[in-house]
Design a binder for this molecule. Sequence first.
Ligand code: C2O
Ligand code: CU
Length: 475
Amino acid sequence: MRQRRGWNSPVPAIYSFAMIDRRTFLLSIGVFSISTGMPDAKAEPELIVARKNRIQLAPEGYPPTEVWAYNGQVPGEILRVRQGGRIVRRLENRLDDPTTIHWHGIRIDNAMDGVSDLTQAPVGIGEGFLYDFIVPDAGTFWFHPHRNTLEQVSRGLSAPLIVDEPDQPDIDDDIVLMINDWRLDPDAQVIDDFTNMMDRSHAGRIGNYLTVNGLAEYVRASKRNERLRLRVINASSDRVIRLGGKGLNARIVALDGMPLPTPLRLDGMDLAPAQRVDLFADIIAETGETAFLTSEERGGTYSLATFPVSANSAAIPRDTLKPLLPNDLPEPQLADAVTTELVMEGGAMGGMMNGMMHRNRMMGMRDLMSEGLVWAFNGVAGMPDSPLLRADRHQTVRIMLDNRTAFSHAMHLHGHHFSEIMPEGLGPARDTILVGARSKKEIAFVADNPGKWMFHCHMLAHQAAGMATWIEVSS
Ligand code: C2O
Ligand code: CU
């Protein structure tokens, strides 16, 4: 059994979650109410208050952790709506830092996209903002601030946004699993090191304590042959999670909210920061055994979610699995696309640039470092004044992502879903894609949503350190 405590060790990345062979115990069923996913109108707040709170994040025996949270909870309460439905929520900012809400993955009206200084003014301390928008796609989404994002997400501001299909698929339960990655000190407080240049210039700000739905250990009693829909959301600021399963027959049915035409067996997949995967997981562990959703880290296998299989399993195995119905996404027309290139440079071990543009002037390495900037897109660090690309509405856009750095990056486009162009055709539609170190990926999408849309690395320490740009789609 691996020691679960010990984030006070000077060695980074001591994982708190249990080894897979750890003997688990049943928690009372009440703990899981957050995950049952039953629509509950009165539980949906009209207000989303961003405020501080103290919650028991670390295991018993540690003090409560001060978090920044939506309505005081980490993760925030699930916001749930039917496909095509409307969301109306007033953000109230009771933090001492300006904020916004970005509705990640929603093909939204640009004015509601929540990007501070691009689509709206920041919501000041004590101020509010009314978000009001329609959700066109069914699937698993989430929301988080888009202002001082690294710090605000790392302190706890994040919540699931679930859009239900018109018809419920054939499942026994619908479970949201939101992963948050924390960097805690020995007193279980979030370490205030958001400008750390080591993090910014390497793989990002990786924490030392993972929670699933705010819990050190997520446990749900289950039955053999049950089919669970697991909606896994990686809300970590920078950590890539390598997902697997044991005692589960898990099929990937959707990525970033968009259904796969043909479900794929889950066989070790990287879930980058901000990415989501929907799994249909049939419990195949025997009665008395335990099934696990796992993550792999440095040769160890850890449990993200633990499903002890109880004795009274009556369910019969299902022999079919129907794909989810597709969302209505336009099909890219590769032949008459506008094309551009995004060259990613900088960071450690990648031959940091001697200088790059920032706010319309050339800056040397020292000045850049003093601004916390170490990465550039096409030679520009941080948000440029003019967009990477201007597209006419409905035009297909192709962007070659050329990662010349020694790290992988999780590129996210707002307001659209895109597909990777692969030799065998277009890959699945996504809103966030992991581009490996020193590799290239080309993506395509139809620019059908007018407005100014951010395009950035969702490793939030990298975003803060310069990996941000935007595109503009004409109306
Ligand atoms: Cu999830 Cu620009 O963000
Ligand atoms: Cu990055």
